[in-house]
Design a binder for this molecule. Structure first.
Ligand code: SF4
Length: 186
């Protein structure tokens, strides 16, 4: 079946990418999950840069993720700062060294080369895969972790943006980041 073919291809791609991440991360004592957590945090907005959001995004338990985050902090790849208003919340951010590593390793160079060689229309592929991801998230009742442009809470006011959920202003750069509170406008 065509649908099963897509499934097997995506599974195989995932395995190959994890394998390349494992190989590239090994010299830095990083497993694929470390790189995934750092990559997520480099794209997460201020409502989504917390340990629980990392756990939800990666589909792992809080305890498991907590160990990984502590290892990243010890390695000087992650900083932690308390929230200004809620003492129970901490915000995480990749350090400059982590961002340099991410630029070199995520996505793996092999991915970029394969994409170029295959001559794929990346915009069309992103659109199809985004629809597939949304369908799976709906089926599993998971958070969407989308960007503001596709969120039902986004308001355009006085030439700028406001989050209708938190009622806080958003910069254009904020609207490009991943959000744990995102709910699809569709
Ligand atoms: S508009 Fe939606 S995606 Fe953007 S910050 Fe608010 S809840 Fe998050």
């Amino acid at each position: 079946m065509v649908q099963d073919g897509t499934f097997h291809l995506i599974e195989r791609l995932g395995s190959l990418l994890r394998s390349e991440q494992r190989r590239l991360g090994a010299p830095h004592d990083l497993e694929p999950v470390h790189l995934q957590a750092l990559a997520y945090l480099s794209r997460a907005n201020r409502y989504s840069d917390t340990p629980i959001a990392v756990a939800e995004f990666l589909g792992l338990t809080k305890g498991n993720v907590s160990q990984r985050l502590m290892a990243l902090e010890r390695a000087g790849l992650l900083t932690r700062r308390p929230d200004g208003t809620d003492g129970r919340v901490v915000h995480l951010a990749p350090t400059a060294r982590a961002r340099t590593l991410l630029r070199a390793l995520t996505p793996p160079p092999g991915w970029r080369a394969a994409l170029q060689t295959a001559g794929i229309d990346e915009a069309a592929m992103v659109s199809a895969l985004t629809a597939l991801l949304a369908g799976l998230q709906r089926a599993n009742a998971q958070r969407t972790f989308g960007q503001c442009q596709t969120c039902r809470f986004l308001r355009r006011e006085k030439g700028g943006f406001v989050c209708g959920l938190t009622l806080e202003p958003l910069t254009p750069a904020d609207t490009q980041l991943l959000c744990r509170e995102h709910e699809s406008a569709a």
